[in-house]
Design a protein around this ligand. Structure first.
Ligand SMILES: C[C@H](O)[C@H](O)[C@H]1CNC2=NC(N)=NC(=O)C2=N1
Length: 113
């Protein structure tokens, strides 16, 4: 089985199905540091990463931007002194797609580098 972080994002067009609750529960086991939250009715994945200062957080955000651009799937990132809060969800389907779990796993892999 391909691990999430080794997967690539697939084209996610309007109308594509969101993950089922069972699929989400299974996928969450591969990204245990993440939270599945609902913001304004939209399910999202959230995780806070801690850094030594603002520039370390900013550099992480820029590296994540490169990965996101390559995959064509983009996060929400709040950069603060010593912290970066990353949110993944699929705007086109106003919810969670497998792509979001793939990208959360890739985000963890980047942080572990
Ligand atoms: C045209 C462009 O590829 C699309 O708008 C992509 C860009 N990045 C995206 N990122 C996320 N998180 N959700 C999307 O629906 C999405 N769509």
């Amino acid at each position: 089985m391909t691990t999430l972080s080794q997967s690539s994002c697939e084209a996610c067009r309007i109308g594509a199905p969101t993950v089922t609750q069972d699929e989400a529960n299974e996928l969450m086991t591969q990204i245990p540091e993440w939270s599945l939250v609902e913001v304004e009715g939209i399910k999202q994945l959230h995780r806070v990463y801690k850094f030594k200062n603002f520039m370390a957080a900013m550099n992480f955000a820029n590296e994540l931007a490169e990965i996101s651009e390559a995959e064509g799937h983009h996060p929400g990132i709040l950069v603060e002194w010593g912290k970066a809060t990353v949110s993944w969800w699929s705007h086109s389907i106003k919810g969670l797609h497998r792509n979001d779990f793939v990208m959360a796993a890739k985000t963890d892999e980047l942080f572990a580098k």
